[in-house]
Design a protein around this ligand. Structure first.
Ligand SMILES: [Mn+2]
Length: 281
């Protein structure tokens, strides 16, 4: 049995550094076949940040299987939570088992700098050795950046970038290396919506990051022929929140922030159903 098959059977099984390295290698190969910008169907289960919450990823996979839905994860698999390595290895194993039914976007934490601050680098060094971390950076650089669901809903980890007239320009961005450097790369992974801003304003998250308001979302979406944005990146205590007049849905799927982790079941016409993920494992 290949290591990723063992992970699917027992997601908490003890993995050797060689097992992890084999999963990363295979996943990198399969992910390299996904374009930077995915076109997916309108009926899909969308999962927000999991941050080391393996139980939420397991619940999401079970719900998707029961309903016969493909799965889209919005990034941020690691840092912060208690089962970071297990969670990342599990979602990669899901991808390997269903290359055309599981999709993994890149979050702002799939990068070198956050991992040094928020825990994942230490987890990898302690569990797999100092040398192993490089393979994770190689994997991050194969993760796609955006997806369009049913031709009308944009999915991305953070938000829309300032000074970019439409998705046509976003779509020209390639997958990138260990850390985002281009302003558009940074903003797609880091920006947040805000009700107190019309267009764009500097974000408290740091330099090069922006809050975007309703006018900005309206203009970007309409000039792109899109109806709505679905994204993760921010804690939402009920797991899903609509903002900016319903143009933006935020999904949050990690239980370690004190809220209810959820996924968003998307269906035809942009309907969204909130699916709780705090099921017993
Ligand atoms: Mn994030």
């Amino acid at each position: 049995m290949r290591p990723w098959e063992r992970v699917l059977r027992d997601p908490r099984s003890e993995l050797s550094p060689d097992d992890v390295s084999s999963i990363l290698d295979e996943a990198r190969g399969v992910l390299s076949g996904d374009p930077a910008h995915l076109e997916l169907e309108s009926e899909i289960l969308v999962v927000g940040d999991t941050h080391g919450d393996l139980a939420s990823s397991l619940s999401a996979a079970r719900v998707a299987e029961e309903r016969g839905l493909p799965l889209l994860f919005l990034g941020d698999y690691i840092d912060r939570g208690p089962e970071q390595l297990e969670n990342l290895v599990y979602v990669l194993s899901l991808k390997l088992s269903r290359p055309d039914g599981v999709f993994l976007l890149r979050g702002n934490h799939e990068a070198a700098e956050p991992n040094a601050w928020y825990g994942f680098l230490s987890v990898v060094e302690a569990r797999l050795g100092v040398e192993a971390y490089r393979d994770f950076l190689g994997l991050y650089s194969e993760l796609p950046l955006t997806a369009v669901l049913g031709g009308e809903i944009l999915a991305v980890h953070g938000g829309i970038p300032a000074g970019v007239e439409s998705y046509n320009r976003v779509r020209k961005l390639d997958k990138f290396g260990p850390d985002p450097e281009d302003p558009m790369e940074i903003q797609l992974l880091w920006n947040d919506p805000s009700e107190s801003v019309d267009w764009f304003a500097p974000s408290p998250r740091g330099p090069g990051i922006f809050l975007f308001g309703r006018a900005a979302a309206e203009e970007f979406l309409s000039s792109s022929g899109l109806k709505m944005l679905i994204r993760g990146h921010e804690f939402v205590d009920s797991g899903m929140r609509l903002s900016l007049g319903g143009l933006v849905a935020t999904v949050f799927s990690c239980r370690y922030y004190g809220g209810e982790p959820a996924a968003a079941e998307m269906s035809e016409g942009g309907r969204i159903r909130v699916i709780p993920l705090n099921l017993p494992q």
